[in-house]
Ligand binder design. Structure first.
Ligand SMILES: C[S@@+](CC[C@H](N)C(=O)[O-])C[C@H]1O[C@@H](n2cnc3c(N)ncnc32)[C@H](O)[C@@H]1O
Length: 282
């Protein structure tokens, strides 16, 4: 099966690990029609993989705290033809037009197909595919050094099809857990990671991405609660001791380890691991 990939590159995207994470989920005792929650959606690589493999037959609720990101996915789901039309107007642009597009994007309404097309163009042309916003929500990444390829109309339509019937919400993960139906549910959580090296952890309480340790603890606690109510919760993180011993101890969580080898997630033992996939419930 050729799997359609996310339209956008997103920092920490799970495109290359989707097969492995999906096999970890499906090896659990999941019911035929489980509800699927992904509260740190980003580009949605795992959701897209699971949906195309036919694994998702229940409700699908995808959320992220980024308003612009959720507005983008919503426009692709609901107005693909209008996104394609605006994107066609952007196809002839070069990197010399980058700052003009960025300004137009920052001044436009957050929602709608025109903004979504600009989001896509900027995502392909921003420095190393980064996405960063300033305090007032303006995208502020400089331009890349080469013009990025834009997806064609057919691919956008195919992605829109994959998102049909899916609920998209802009919210923090704790709301996503609070309002979820926990029985018969699977949660895949891909938060901004804790620092990889232990030496960093003794001094740093905030990760570089601005996700405080308190939120890592809150997520682990919500995962335990949801599992106690019948859910299966899967969380990706760096395989630092902070994650493997403090947040997701083996007494309560199953741990799978992997390392990125030539960009592809491969299973390894704990000593050479870069990432952990912790599972609770089921
Ligand atoms: C590592 S990325 C997820 C990448 C995604 N799995 C993919 O394949 O593209 C982390 C995501 O968490 C979101 N995020 C950060 N803080 C959050 C919070 N408190 N609640 C919900 N989402 C949050 C960010 O906007 C970002 O999209």
């Amino acid at each position: 099966m050729t799997t359609i990939k996310p339209l956008i590159k997103w920092p920490g995207g799970k495109r290359r690990q989707a097969q492995l994470i999906s096999s970890i989920i499906m090896a659990k005792d999941v019911s035929e029609e489980f509800d699927y929650y992904e509260p740190f959606l980003g580009g949605g690589a795992l959701f897209m993989h699971l949906k195309q493999s036919g694994a998702l037959k229940g409700e699908i609720i995808l959320s992220d705290i980024s308003e612009r990101l959720i507005a983008f996915h919503t426009a692709i789901r609901d107005e693909p033809e209008a996104v394609i039309e605006t994107l066609d107007d952007l196809r002839s642009l070069t990197l010399d037009d980058y700052y003009e597009v960025r300004t137009a994007f920052n001044e436009a309404d957050v929602e709608g197909p025109e903004t979504a097309a600009m989001f896509l163009w900027l995502n392909k042309n921003a420095w190393r595919g980064l996405w960063r916003e300033n305090k007032s929500g303006g995208m502020n990444v400089p331009k890349n050094d080469k013009l990025g390829a834009l997806p064609n109309a057919e691919t956008i339509r195919a992605v829109s099809e994959i998102y049909q019937g899916v609920t998209l919400r802009c919210e923090g993960f704790s709301d996503a857990f609070t309002f979820a139906n926990k029985q018969n549910a699977v949660f895949y959580c891909d938060p901004p990671y804790v620092p990889l090296k232990e030496t960093e952890t003794s001094f740093v309480t905030y990760s570089k991405q601005g996700f405080p340790m308190a939120l890592q603890h809150e997520l682990a606690a919500l995962a335990r609660e949801a599992a106690a109510e019948g859910a299966i919760v899967v969380i990706s993180n760096h395989a630092s001791k902070l994650a493997t011993e403090t947040l997701y101890p083996v007494e309560d969580f199953e741990q799978h380890f992997l390392k990125a080898k030539r960009g592809i997630g491969v299973r390894v033992d704990k000593t050479e691991a870069k990432e952990v996939i912790a599972v609770i419930g089921g």
